[in-house]
Design a protein around this ligand. Structure first.
Ligand SMILES: C[S@@+](CC[C@H](N)C(=O)[O-])C[C@H]1O[C@@H](n2cnc3c(N)ncnc32)[C@H](O)[C@@H]1O
Length: 226
């Protein structure tokens, strides 16, 4: 999978070079290409934003640098082109699975007051929001989407790590413990130390159902894995 991230602030993407995502890119399992929109402006002063028509606070990112940038990266429109926007559809695990069907994804990060509507109308397939709040820019949302997608790219993390996770089957995950057995008076449940895998599976299923029903009744549909 190739993910192009279009931004006016490429330095903000250092976290993508670390840990699991950094290793996946070094091993060529995934390409994350951070592109500076400013490189595509036709303005002689390299301007990429301007005052909003109609007045109001802040600046608006201009359509031309965004359009030229997207056309250069995706001339045949084979990519799924996404604008990170608080006005978009809220990002959920189901969307991650849908986007995995695309080999090439473009994530456009707005900044300031957002982007000229014509850039969206002409070049964007869908808008995604990471939640009902407003951030200063689309950079953090783009990193959220890229990180979620990367986890499911072949070989990035082991498939066994993906199966029982929260949202993988509409449930939240059971509690996890590691050493030591006792910490500040709290002990790891006996069942997890029993070595009895049938009992462990049953306990985890039960915990998962209980926590989902309590915290997220909207997700809870009944038995885990059914
Ligand atoms: C300050 S916001 C602009 C908000 C815009 N004026 C509005 O009221 O809808 C600047 C940029 O941050 C990004 N952004 C902010 N909140 C976001 C969210 N919840 N999800 C995705 N992107 C967001 C978008 O790319 C947006 O263009």
């Amino acid at each position: 999978m190739r993910i192009d991230i279009l931004t006016l602030f490429p330095e903000m993407f250092a976290p993508l070079k670390e840990s699991i995502l950094g290793r996946a890119q070094k091993e060529n399992k995934l390409t994350i290409n951070v592109v500076n929109i400013r490189d595509y402006t036709e303005d002689k002063h390299l301007k990429c934003d301007d005052y909003p028509f109609g007045g109001g606070a802040g600046m608006v990112m201009m359509a031309q640098p965004i359009g030229s940038c997207i056309e250069a990266l995706d001339p045949g429109h084979g990519a799924r082109r996404i604008y990170m926007s608080p006005k978009g559809q809220t990002f959920r695990q189901q969307k991650v699975f849908e986007l995995l069907s695309y080999e090439h994804i473009i994530l456009l990060c707005g900044h300031y007051e957002g982007v000229d509507q014509r850039a969206i109308d002409l070049f964007i397939d869908e808008e995604i929001s990471i939640g009902d709040y407003v951030l200063t820019g689309g950079e953090l949302p783009a990193m959220v989407v890229a990180d979620c997608l990367a986890r499911y790219v072949d070989g990035v993390i082991s498939t066994s790590s993906l199966v029982d996770e929260s949202f993988s089957d509409g449930m939240l995950e059971y509690p996890q413990y590691t050493r030591p057995v006792e910490y500040r008076g709290l002990t790891v449940p006996e069942v997890l130390r029993s070595g009895n895998h049938a009992r462990i599976d049953a306990w985890r299923r039960e915990q998962s159902e209980e926590i989902t029903a309590r915290r997220r009744p909207d997700l809870f549909t009944g038995k885990k894995g059914k």
